[in-house]
Design a binder for this molecule. Sequence first.
Ligand SMILES: Nc1ncnc2c1ncn2[C@@H]1O[C@H](COP(=O)(O)OP(=O)(O)O)[C@@H](O)[C@H]1O
Ligand SMILES: [Mg+2]
Length: 457
Amino acid sequence: MGPKQSKDDDTIDGDPNVLGPHMFKMGRVLGKGAFGKVLAVTKKDTKKTYAVKLLNKIRVLERQSYKSVLTERKLLSVIECPFVVNLRAAYQTETDLCMVVDLMSGGDVRFHLSKEYFFDEERVKFYAASCVLGLEYLHTRRICHRDIKPDNLLLDENGYCHLTDFNISVQYTDAKPTASNFAGTKPYMAPEVWQKQSYSLEPDWFSLGATLYEMVVGRVPFYIEPFIQDPDSALLKKAILEDKPHFPKRLTRECMSFLYSLLEKSPQKRLKLPGVKQHPWFKGYDWEKIANKTAKPPFEPNKTKANVMGIHDLEEQLGEKPKVRPLTDEEKRCFEDWNWVRENAFDDNKALATQVGTSTTAGTTSGSTVFHDKDKKGPIQAVSMKLNIADDSPKAAQEVPVDLIEDDIKPSSPRQADLKQEVEATPVANIGGWVTNVATDSRKGSAPKDVKKDKKK
Ligand SMILES: Nc1ncnc2c1ncn2[C@@H]1O[C@H](COP(=O)(O)OP(=O)(O)O)[C@@H](O)[C@H]1O
Ligand SMILES: [Mg+2]
């Protein structure tokens, strides 16, 4: 039998049958998240490797993010998709919230871009197709990822691309079919998000456009030189709202057209599903092979090397200590709903949807991919929700005007200062003594009162 789902924080007491840190051997640092490190781990009994994302509880409380991290955990627990970094379990220690996810040993796309500057078109098309399938899965469940960027695209050992980091994602409901808050990472954020207009799923297509553009050109489409002062990102905002993207002439016209249509300012006119799969750039593309993961990835990550940036090790050596202090009872209650174990999470015979073959099958019906549940009950959560997206995207592929085509565009990293994940909370209302957000985005709740008292000390 697999590990039990722990109640409250009994993992801390070390019950050997309850999922907890005692079951894993900690390995090297893979990356740095907003609230802590991501580590490679080995499950002691099966010797299988995973990644564990640690979120320091004090940091989560200090940044008033306990609601958003819980939303990420809850959202991930209903997601199982071959193009997402799937969550297997969540447990906690006295100091950290921990998420056990599939290990993506190929590293993140930012890491590869920093070494290679840009990728060839076929490789970018392959990542684009994986992202389209991942977004198709999310969007049919009315989930807007809101933070598509190279840092949040991870490669598995074979070179398939997976979406990760659902920290600022939002799932719409009939009662709340849109959002309007400022959320994302600035160079990848759609015009409607900058303008705080009401939006649905369209921002993800713009962010995907900016991400793929960066992969194939070597810099973000709306780029502000580092030596130019832009303290409140006003120039970046203006460029995203007003400028047209330029393209180096080495790209095929189809590729330019694809990116141009994703980077469309108007959310209605922007390329999206289902048109995105029928775009001429994907002409003759075997979507089913991608969906089934039987296509050979154009780039195979180096299996003999850790595909991570050295800086993390350095920081580790320098000893960035996680914050520690005892939590109050009220603070502990913020994390009551954290623990969770996916059914068969660590059962070797029942692979998660991330793995090829065995348990998950995908097929294409009338141009849309259907992922089947591993228990063969049919498509995961039959999806027939009305999306209510006005689709005014042009039916024929758009030609990129010649004046936007340049001899060359020099690769360059986006400005470091703009790469911070942003999420703006909406006005707060006091509910039953707890200060909670209302309206469009209820996830960034304020900390309970005694946390605030602590902070004043
Ligand atoms: N499953 C994983 N396998 C390998 N590396 C990972 C994994 N998850 C995260 N990472 C690394 O850690 C970084 C931060 O993780 P992420 O989930 O994006 O955290 P945050 O929400 O704080 O940005 C990623 O950019 C990536 O480099
Ligand atoms: Mg991230």
